[in-house]
Design a protein around this ligand. Structure first.
Ligand SMILES: N[C@@H](CCC(=O)N[C@@H](CS)C(=O)NCC(=O)O)C(=O)O
Length: 210
């Protein structure tokens, strides 16, 4: 049995989506950023920084979405990763980790637009800079960039691009990539199970003018 601690719209969506792609049985445990549950000792034993995703899988606790995705592919869905030592492996690993280059910008933008509620707490300069840096980084993304065949790298990256459209206009290849991602049955099944939107309640968060 796999158990997934999940907050709707967060990085744990990657694992939820992967589990749907794999068709593995799992228990989804909805969590919230708005209570103290992710800071309790039970959750900290699963995720030392008190984050999601966290899973219990094959009898052990695990955190870090990229590592979980790779482990799931290795143990349950080898077709969702490029084999070790193969020519495709370098590109696959690069995309799996590049998802967190996008993720760093998304986290900063989420902090500024959503977590920091008062205007005076925010830096308009950082908001504009991060939006620009995100858009530049998205220039790398397009169909086939992560791997020739759909893989967990596309799950890591697809989630980031799906979020990025809330902060920037996607470059055309990234928009095309996202269209293909959204058409996947497993992506739609994961969305249906994601839970109510509590983080991103607007479809677009424009950078401040200036
Ligand atoms: N590198 C980690 C990042 C995990 C992470 O920061 N998750 C966010 C949600 S997207 C979280 O749990 N934030 C709660 C907090 O910072 O307290 C991963 O990929 O799993």
């Amino acid at each position: 049995m796999i158990r997934l601690w999940h907050v709707a719209q967060s990085r744990s969506f990657r694992v939820l989506w992967a589990l749907e792609e794999i068709g593995a049985g799992y228990e989804l445990i909805p969590c919230s950023f708005f209570d103290k549950s992710l800071r309790g000792p039970d959750h900290l034993a699963r995720s030392p920084a008190g984050r999601v995703p966290a899973v219990e899988i094959d009898g052990q606790n695990m955190c870090e979405s990229g590592a979980i995705l790779l482990y799931l592919a290795e143990t349950r869905a080898p077709h969702l990763r490029a084999p070790e030592g193969s020519a495709a492996r370098a590109r696959f690993l690069q995309a799996l980790h590049f998802a967190e280059t996008l993720g760093a910008h998304l986290a900063n933008l989420t902090q500024h637009h959503i977590v920091l509620r008062e205007e005076w707490m925010r830096s308009a300069t950082v908001m504009r800079l991060e939006a620009k840096r995100l858009q530049n980084a998205l220039g790398a993304v397009g169909p086939g960039w992560a791997s020739d065949a759909f893989s967990v790298a596309d799950i890591a990256q697809g989630y980031a691009v799906w979020l990025a459209q809330r902060f920037v206009e996607l470059p055309q290849p990234a928009a095309e990539y996202l269209r293909a991602i959204k058409a996947r049955a497993a992506f739609q099944a994961a969305l249906a199970k994601d839970g109510p939107a509590r983080i991103y309640t607007r479809s677009f968060y424009p950078p401040p003018e200036g």
